[in-house]
Design a binder for this molecule. Structure first.
Ligand SMILES: Cc1ncc(COP(=O)(O)O)c(C=O)c1O
Length: 509
């Protein structure tokens, strides 16, 4: 992809690579219009006043020393200096409701007191050993992690990131099966390393190099934007507005059957007869919370297994209870994978990842030496363990289900109110709001409009993610500790931002 195309994509999704010192697209001061903006829910934390270098100085340091391709959100990037649970504060003391959780990572809340205490306690004992020695944290941690998974998924490889986990999963699949080809769904994001770039199937994240060979992307069964889809296909409290004659009570889904036949057909041309594996997220994250028809993934996994391949579930965004109904995304699909990969929420923001597989598959790693300096270190295990404890003790998975369902139902009211709200979807606290020019055309809302609404939400104190190949979907994936008041606030902010958008478009302001 040319530099021009990359910058077009960046423009599309509204993230700035070149940092600007200007204000937020003419929206600065919006919060001053207090009579219009919804009131942020109360919070009794008063962070210390920020006394470090100015935002301007940080911008210039970033320009001089950080990789020029570091992505940066918002026209005037935020300088954040304090976080507590679902809240973030910038250097000027402004508070934000974080509905993006450090990119779907801060799962139990920023600086959660119990997780912070566990980290602090471990820091005072032992930071690092490497796995050539034992330390008391790792065994119990792996036992706890495995207790969330069904047998035979009981062997864990601890690593440091999602890309590293997927890289290792590819290796395991290839060594174990003796095959090379891995099937991936278009629109998926599985990492940014040279190997995982082959799995990732969004062109804007691909460099023009010979990334992992043997990765074949096939059609994404997107029931809203794809070729087929109806009003009963997905496992979500909100369905698409597309019509169909299927019967959800009998499990009939024409869209699923159409996508499966496309899947079979693509395999006939896109890959050799023998496969190493198939990797998919239970719900696509970076692509804007894309859900497939119920039953698609389990059947696709069967098709791949019949050709000798393993089914890998990328749970980097969908794990740890985020989907509400189950601890892991695959548990809602009716199929147990051969390998799962996870990262992000596993340690609430501390760098950590994991691959879990069966003893039989793991045994293939005995062929050569393998080693990971930091994976499964004492600090990571102490934090990971505290995260699991907090999710359980505080009922966060149940909270994700209740708050997420309410959020989606309220967002579906916005779909009735605004022509530009094309789709609302998701499960638990993995929620997507897709904006379009019109419901009828489903044409993505142009990037300038998306960006304006997004900046407006930020000015009112709500941080959202953006996703989708056209940058057309807001991603709402907050820490799982949010309250009902937070949900109501987020919907009120979005409603106002959409009203302002409508007014701008009708030329009234
Ligand atoms: C589904 C999925 N898999 C893998 C990755 C890569 O994780 P990391 O950025 O930790 O390498 C990401 C990152 O966004 C992801 O969303």
């Amino acid at each position: 992809m040319s530099v021009r195309m990359r910058s077009l994509f960046v423009a599309r999704i509204g993230i700035s690579r070149r940092l600007s010192s200007g204000n937020g697209g003419g929206l600065a001061g919006q919060r001053g219009k207090a009579q219009c903006a919804p009131q942020l829910p109360a919070c009794d934390i008063e962070p210390q006043k920020y006394q470090g270098r100015s935002q301007q100085e940080h911008l210039s340091l970033r320009r001089s020393h950080l990789s020029p391709f570091t992505l940066s959100y918002y026209h005037s990037p935020l300088l954040l200096h304090h976080g507590y649970m679902q809240w973030l504060w910038d250097a000027d003391g402004r508070r934000y409701l974080d509905f993006y959780g450090g990119i779907v990572t801060v799962i139990v809340g920023h600086c959660h007191p119990k997780v912070t205490a566990a980290a602090q306690q471990q820091l005072g004992h032992l930071w690092h050993t490497s796995n050539v020695y034992m330390h008391p944290g790792i065994g119990p941690y792996m036992e706890k992690l495995c207790s969330t998974l069904p047998p035979p998924l009981q062997v864990v490889f601890l690593v440091n990131s999602g890309s590293e986990a997927n890289d290792l999963a590819m290796l395991l699949a290839r060594i174990h099966t003796g095959n090379h080809s891995i099937i991936t769904l278009r629109g998926s994001y599985h990492g940014g390393t040279q190997a995982t770039m082959g799995l990732t199937s969004i062109s804007s994240w691909k460099f023009n190099v010979a990334a992992a060979s043997g990765c074949a992307p096939v059609m994404c069964p997107d029931v809203y934007r794809g070729l087929w889809g109806g009003s009963k296909c997905r496992d979500s409290p909100v369905q698409t507005t597309r019509s169909c004659n299927c019967h959800s009570d009998t499990g009939e889904c024409q869209a699923r059957e159409a996508y499966l036949s496309e899947f079979r057909e693509l395999l006939l041309s896109a890959a050799p007869l023998r496969l190493a594996g198939f990797i998919a997220e239970p719900i696509q994250g970076v692509n804007g919370v894309v859900q497939y028809p119920r039953g698609f993934l389990s059947e696709a996994a069967n098709i791949v297994r019949a050709r000798g391949g393993l089914y890998i579930s990328d749970e980097v965004q969908t794990g740890f209870g985020r989907l509400g109904s189950h601890f892991w995304g695959f548990q809602s699909l009716g199929v147990t994978p051969d390998i799962i990969t996870t990262a992000k929420g596993i340690a609430n923001g501390f760098p950590m990842g994991a691959v879990v597989t069966t003893p039989d598959i793991a045994a293939c790693m005995g062929e050569a030496l393998s080693f990971n300096t930091f994976g499964g270190g004492p600090l990571a295990c102490a934090i990971g363990s505290a995260v699991l404890q907090v999710i359980d003790e505080e009922g966060l998975m149940q909270n994700a289900e209740a708050r997420g369902t309410d959020l989606m139902l309220q967002l579906s009211d916005l779909r009735k109110e605004f022509e530009v709200v094309g789709d609302v979807r998701g499960k638990g606290l993995m929620v997507g709001l897709e904006l379009v020019r019109s419901k009828e055309s489903r044409e993505p809302l142009p990037p300038t409009d998306m960006r304006r609404i997004w900046e407006d939400c930020k000015e009112m104190g709500l941080l959202l993610g953006i996703g989708g190949i056209f940058g057309q979907t807001f991603r709402l994936k907050p820490p799982m500790c949010i309250s009902q008041e937070d949900v109501d606030f987020a919907v009120a902010v979005l409603r106002l931002a959409l009203q302002r958008h409508t007014l701008r478009k009708s030329g009234e302001v």
